[in-house]
Design a protein around this ligand. Structure first.
Ligand code: T4K
Length: 366
């Protein structure tokens, strides 16, 4: 049987059926039903954020957050990282904005805050960094730069569910922060996500955009989209939130074993840890000393039915789709993307299997 890079955490079948019984009883399937509202309150309390909105998936959340901040089709440039899932950049471009790619730091693979300012022009309107693998960006320096140049800061926090920085949930940083609840994330609502906003008026604009722009039975304030989370997804979230701490603890044990087995090898570099931040253990990226070794490990694992993934290869600006606009010097991002492999990591992954994966990896490096 294949071992995948991740497996979703799901509740017992009967528990989920119990949760969705009320949907069948009330026939309220979507459009901010009671389960949506319940999940929203639970998450607001968990994240300690004032202005939180749920959405049907993380990507649409990011896209509509950019629009809610008034940036859509403003002709501006957005400084962002190429070392991410393509969704991040697509959200910028699909808003009619131009991504300007800033290189990353080799230590934690987040945007290099010291390289941002040199990329600012009179067209720059925002910075859109990614807390990649749940590693928090340097939020303090990024905010200082944004304040100096009057820019918005929008965080792609897709990977950062439950991550805290300086005892504050990561979703409290920036003008907006999107977190993903996709099936492959630590906490899932099947598909889903949430966006937190600094300004309650922007949050209410976002809410309106997720509902076609409709504000009342006979009123529409803007030309919106449809980004609402339905009741079946909210039900999955309400089941999963009860188990999230236990699930994270199990993933932590997997990560600890990987670190114990792999951290000392000369051909392996693991992601650096960020001071004063917590971890959510959703990805385990390994950087190999050469591209050939990465590819050889990837293939050997596959030959043994271990489906590790090259998250994130290629760097976004190396995709064919971004050929025209991706021509910035992001040598470190390209280098890391060719050297990285994310190893299987999920709560149900047996420690024996982790040992087997490590044996295979170390065997290739011998
Ligand atoms: N920004 C960033 C930085 C992101 O990483 C993402 C999503 C987004 C924005 C957008 O957020 P969402 O709109 O997705 O909420 C996956 C996920 O689909 C995607 O959510 C995630 N990032 C990205 C990094 O990974 P794929 O195409 O690699 O997924 P897939 O289908 O190959 O799944 C990986 C493995 O997980 C499979 O081999 C098996 C396992 N799996 C997957 C699913 C969907 C299961 O066991 N069950 C499942 O239901 O994109």
């Amino acid at each position: 049987m294949d071992i995948y890079v991740t497996r979703p955490s799901i509740p017992d079948y009967d528990e989920y059926c119990g949760m969705i019984k009320t949907i069948f009883d009330k026939k309220l399937l979507t459009n901010r039903g009671p389960l949506h509202e319940q999940l929203l309150e639970v998450l607001k309390d968990r994240f300690k954020v004032d202005n939180l909105e749920l959405c049907v998936n993380g990507h649409i959340g990011l896209e509509l957050a950019i629009e809610a901040l008034g940036l859509r089709n403003c002709g501006g440039e957005v400084i962002t990282t190429p070392y991410t899932f393509i969704s991040t950049t697509n959200a910028i471009v699909r808003n009619g904005l131009t991504p300007v790619f800033c290189d990353i730091k080799e230590s934690d693979m987040t945007i290099d805050e010291d390289k941002i300012e040199a990329l600012i022009t009179d067209k720059t309107v925002a910075i859109l960094p990614v807390h990649v693998y749940g590693n928090p960006c340097n939020t303090v320096k990024i905010q200082e730069i944004a304040d100096r140049h009057n820019l918005k800061v929008i965080y792609d926090a897709a990977h950062a569910f439950d991550v805290s920085l300086n005892d504050t949930n990561i979703l409290n940083y920036g003008d907006a922060s999107m977190v993903s609840f996709h099936a492959t994330k630590g906490f899932n609502t099947i598909e889903g996500g949430a966006v937190s906003f600094k300004d309650p008026e922007v949050a209410s604009k976002f809410r309106c955009l997720t509902n076609f722009g409709i504000t009342g039975l006979e009123t529409a304030d803007c030309i919106g989209s449809n980004g609402k989370m339905d009741e079946f997804r909210a039900a999955m979230g309400l089941c999963n939130i009860k188990r999230i701490d236990a699930e994270t603890e199990k993933r932590k044990h997997v990560v600890e074993l990987y670190r114990k087995r792999l951290s000392e090898h000369k051909d392996i570099t693991l992601s650096g840890r960020i001071e004063n931040s917590t971890e959510n253990y959703i990805y385990f990226p390994v950087i190999f000393s050469t591209y050939e070794l990465r590819d050889k490990v990837y293939k050997t694992l596959r030959d043994n039915h271990i489906i590790a993934r090259k998250y994130f290869y290629p760097a976004v600006n190396d995709f064919e789709a971004y050929k025209e606009i991706g021509n910035h010097d992001t040598a470190i991002a390209t280098h890391i993307s060719k050297s990285v492999l994310t190893l299987p990591l999920y709560s149900g992954l047996e420690l024996d299997t982790v040992n087997k994966i490590c044996d295979i990896v170390l065997g290739v490096l011998e």
